[in-house]
Ligand binder design. Structure first.
Ligand code: GDP
Ligand code: MG
Length: 610
């Protein structure tokens, strides 16, 4: 049974280490479901004294006014033998054997969170573990004392702030309330009773402790209260006699104080019949037993909460994507993986698994033929233009047989105009390929997660596409130029008779410049140009696919990868700087998940051992 309390102790420490003090509502909390005992009461009601006498040590900061300004989670661990020592969660490897130093550290650590002069309070708990053969396993939370007015420079809100903090702890159904009331004040004025009644009207989880019994007016006693006649709680009231201020000043030690307390109850006639359930020692044992019972009853609930939360956290984590690797190699690998994913999506667009690649075909099937059609060779080969070019080509000496030079110039000047639709086709496909980069970037979940990498990948892909476009332009225009540079001789040989007539030397020299002669030349050139146009209509797409589409599929990010290998680790890290909010959320969730997983293991181990 004892290990139940140490189990909860362990879980509580894990909670604080991983930032779960039950106040961050954005994340699931385990803290809230763990049973604990919180000490509440007015200032100077004797809370610290009760805690110290349960522990059997002086270790809490003292002073007038508000000393406890942060919750103190005090975990008592019984050890079999050895010297007693204390440890703070925030100073993991430091063992305190001097309890005056513990007191100082509590004060210092309080100031670290709240600021020394501010007199502010904070809800972030301090965790203190005490290991001793003289304690029982127990977890207690010391809270700031309830006050009525703000004093010495405290903000006016302090009274309410303290009350809210105390309430936030004790309103949880898993919290056992140790309500401290001084016997030398009317119970009706007890802050502890007032606030605990609010959150636990039936008194089902409130343990009443009456302090300062020794200070009651002569002739009065606490029997009515201790017997539960004044104010009924489910559990019997416990009376204690702590050290007075005079005792403390005289450094009366705990052992002596406990002995005196025992004697007090044993020898005071009014309380003789209650002795067996009075005093600090009894209080400690009773609390420990009670806490165990509470924990035991809560374990199934905690187990189901944990498994439910694990499922929820895992689902959200997978929505948020993987965390970033910490070392340079891991980062590089991760970037490559993400890029490969993007590359895959990009290919799927081109291959028709995803939409958008079909637009390229539309360039070849509609745009290019339409542009070729619009070239208007008929204007170029109108009779007047034919006459002009032929005459110019003849120069000072008219041609004798056929206007060889004139033909060539006519053909070249027509074919050269195909360059511009060819170029336009290259550009059109280029902009489709670019558009698909942006589409694929948006569709990659991982790239969406890392804005910097997304920009760099998109830029690198577009740079590659630019290079491919230049190559493609060169190759495609070369196709056109090649057609210009060498004419298909066969075509002219196979032309019908008229051409022979046009070149018939028996015709008079002047016949050669008649309209019908020139028209014939025009139509011959036109049919040649149309033939070449048909060829280019087929070969331009081949060149474009070869230089741009196929290359984009093959090596879109090659340059980027080469570059990546040369980068500094720092630069790699900057590529993976995701949205800070997402990063924070993931870190928070991952920590919680770690907490829940280890909690699950620990609880299962204890629950099965039962
Ligand atoms: P806290 O503010 O609630 O933590 O109260 P403390 O534990 O600091 O106690 C306030 C004062 O009351 C101190 O001077 C204690 O010595 C004194 N005191 C507390 N309990 C008792 C008691 O049972 N008997 C006597 N005589 N004095 C007590
Ligand atoms: Mg105190």
């Amino acid at each position: 049974m004892e290990n139940l309390i140490s189990l909860v102790n362990k879980l509580q420490r894990a909670c604080t280490a991983l930032g779960d003090h039950g106040e961050d509502s954005a994340l699931p909390t385990l803290w809230d479901s763990l049973p604990a005992i919180a000490v509440v009461g007015g200032q100077s009601s004797g809370k610290s004294s009760v805690l110290e006498s349960i522990v059997g040590k002086d270790f809490l900061p003292r002073g007038s006014g508000i000393v406890t300004r942060r919750p103190l989670v005090l975990q008592l661990h019984k050890i079999d033998e050895g010297r007693e020592y204390a440890e703070f969660l925030h100073l993991p490897r430091k063992r305190f054997t001097n309890f005056a130093a513990v007191r100082q550290e509590i004060a210092d650590e309080t100031d670290r969170e709240t600021g020394r002069s501010s007199r502010q309070i904070s809800t972030v708990p301090i965790h203190l573990s005490i290991f001793s053969p003289n304690v029982v396993n127990l977890t207690l939370i010391d809270l700031p004392g309830l006050t009525k007015v703000a004093v010495d420079g405290q903000p006016d809100s302090i009274v309410q702030d303290i009350e809210n903090m105390v309430r936030s702890y004790i309103e949880k159904p898993n919290c056992v309330i140790l309500a401290i009331s001084p016997a030398n004040q009317d119970l009706a004025t007890s802050d502890a009773i007032k606030i605990s009644r609010e959150v636990d009207p039936q008194g089902e989880r409130t343990l009443g402790v009456l302090t300062k019994i020794d200070l009651m007016d002569k002739g009065t006693d606490a029997v009515e209260i201790l017997e539960g006649k004044s104010y009924k709680l489910q559990f019997p009231w416990i009376g204690v006699v702590n050290r007075s201020q005079a005792d403390i000043n005289k450094s009366v030690d705990m052992i002596a104080a406990r002995r005196r307390e025992r004697e007090y109850f044993a020898t005071t006639p009014e309380y003789k019949h209650l002795t067996h359930r009075m005093g600090s020692e009894h209080l400690g044992k009773m609390l420990s037993k009670h806490l165990e019972t509470v924990i035991k009853s809560r374990i199934p609930g905690i187990q189901s909460l944990i498994s439910k939360s694990i499922v929820e956290i895992e689902a959200e984590l997978s929505r948020l994507g993987r965390p970033i690797a910490s070392d340079a190699g891991g980062k590089l690998y991760m970037i490559m993986e993400i890029c490969r994913g993007f590359d895959q999506i990009y290919k799927e667009h081109l291959d028709g698994v995803r939409s958008g690649g079909d637009k390229i075909y539309s360039v070849f099937d509609n745009q290019l033929p339409a542009a070729l059609k619009r070239l208007q060779f008929d204007k170029q080969l109108a009779m007047e233009n034919v006459r002009k070019l032929i005459t110019e080509a003849d120069g000072y000496q008219p041609h004798l047989i056929a206007p060889e030079q004139g033909y060539r110039r006519l053909i070249e000047s027509s074919l050269i105009t195909i360059r511009s639709p060819a170029e336009a086709a290259v550009d059109a496909v280029h902009s489709i390929l670019k558009e698909l980069v942006h589409k694929a970037v948006g569709e990659s979940m991982e790239l969406r997660q890392y804005p910097t990498l997304r920009v760099e990948v998109a830029n690198a892909a577009c740079d590659s596409l630019d290079r491919m476009k230049e190559e493609s332009k060169k190759a495609t225009l070369k196709l056109v130029d090649m057609e210009c540079s060498y004419l298909t001789v066969d075509f002219f040989r196979k032309l019908p008779q008229e051409i022979d007539k046009g070149g018939n030397p028996t015709h008079s020299l002047f016949d050669r410049y008649t309209d019908s002669y020139l028209r014939r030349i025009g139509s011959n050139v036109m049919s040649y140009v149309n033939m070449v146009c048909g060829t280019l209509r087929n070969s331009i797409p081949k060149s474009i696919v070869y230089c741009q589409v196929r290359e984009a599929k093959r090596s879109l990010l090659d340059h980027f990868f080469t570059d990546l290998g040369k980068r500094e680790p720092k630069h790699l890290a900057s590529l993976l700087d995701e949205d800070p909010a997402v990063m924070e959320r993931r870190t928070g969730l991952a920590k919680r998940l770690e907490l829940y997983r280890s909690a699950q293991e620990e609880i299962d181990a204890v629950a099965w051992a039962k």
